[in-house]
Ligand binder design. Structure first.
Ligand SMILES: Nc1nc2c(ncn2[C@@H]2O[C@H](COP(=O)(O)OP(=O)(O)OP(=O)(O)O)[C@@H](O)[C@H]2O)c(=O)[nH]1
Ligand SMILES: [Zn+2]
Length: 291
């Protein structure tokens, strides 16, 4: 029996990387009976059938898991945002952070296209990024001419998954790091070729110390699995200052003696972070439950 990691899945065949050796594996029949499917990212034990094929016997327990697209055991969720085209948005960063924390993922922020931004745009973005640095998120701000190797190496070992809107430069980052992959970038021809609803599959690529993957489709931010009372826990500094509120279940909206509101006043919590929290809280509180 060998152990490896599923790096790709295509029509019921799972490619497993086991110490750099590749095997095309199929799950044993017992998985089908249990309605359980292995997904990309899974660590599996498999029986070798011949030099390149095998049968999956066991899937190790997942540390975490994204449903759309399905990928498991993510060590770093890399939130990719561009400085311009599309414009940097703290609102979007905050929404990605909430999603990351709701799945128990460890997020970091990479801002691209620094070379395309003006000095005043860079200055404004840096000011916002300082807010995230102060909360404790690792932040990188990069452009076309920066050394991509070092950007990837700073992420540490394990599986790093790229997420972010279309056009922010995820494929460009991957290509700069692994030119051999030649992943299509977001040129006009690509949007013509690829319908909006075409599904792309996640694939793990080797990088120094681990793997990296793009997440097609993850740009659609879905909060359905989050209850309104959880939202405050996913804004880390709000969660922390919330310990000082008079009411233990304070949602920091209209409650009296709220330490979070006091800290916003005092400038210890960024106004935009609080505003985004309230916005998301109300959005989720007002959504119509579908079940
Ligand atoms: N000047 C400059 N252009 C960049 C940079 N990063 C990406 N681009 C350009 O921005 C466009 C979009 O980049 P992609 O890498 O395709 O973006 P993506 O995030 O992979 O987009 P999707 O595949 O649609 O999710 C391409 O034309 C890139 O050449 C950068 O740092 N500097
Ligand atoms: Zn409060």
């Amino acid at each position: 029996m060998r152990t490896g990691r599923i790096i790709k899945s295509l029509s019921g065949v799972y490619r497993v990387d086991s110490d750099g050796e590749m095997f095309d594996t199929k799950p044993r029949g017992l998985f089908r009976k249990k309605k359980f499917s292995p997904i990309v990212g899974d660590i599996v034990d498999f029986e070798i059938e011949n030099v390149t094929e095998g049968y999956i016997q066991h899937v190790h327990e997942r540390q975490n898991e994204l449903k759309r697209p399905p990928v498991s055991n993510i060590d770093h969720l890399v939130i990719v945002m561009s400085a311009v085209e599309p414009d940097f948005s703290t609102q979007l960063v905050d929404r990605f952070l909430v999603i990351a924390h709701s799945y128990g993922l460890n997020p970091r922020i990479v801002v691209t296209k620094k070379d395309m931004a003006s000095d005043s745009q860079i200055e404004r973005i840096e000011k916002d990024l300082d807010v995230y640095r102060a909360i404790g998120y690792p932040v990188q701000f990069v452009g076309k001419n920066d050394n991509i190797e070092t950007i990837f190496d700073e992420w540490g070992s394990g599986l790093a998954v790229l997420s972010g809107q279309s056009g922010v430069g995820k494929s460009t980052l991957l290509n700069a790091y692994r030119p051999d992959l030649a992943i299509e970038t977001n040129q006009i021809s690509k949007s013509l070729n690829r319908g909006k609803h075409t599904t792309r599959h996640v694939e793990l690529f080797e990088r120094k110390g681990g793997f990296v993957a793009d997440t097609p489709g993850f740009s659609a931010l879905d909060f359905d699995h989050i209850h309104k009372d959880e939202v405050k826990d996913y804004f880390l500094e709000i969660q922390e200052y919330g310990q000082g509120c008079k009411f233990r279940n304070c949602n920091h909206i209209k409650e009296p003696q709220c330490n979070v509101k006091a800290q916003v006043e005092a400038g210890n919590i960024a106004q935009f972070r609080y505003d985004h929290y309230v916005q998301l809280f109300e959005e989720i509180a007002n959504r119509k439950e579908r079940y």
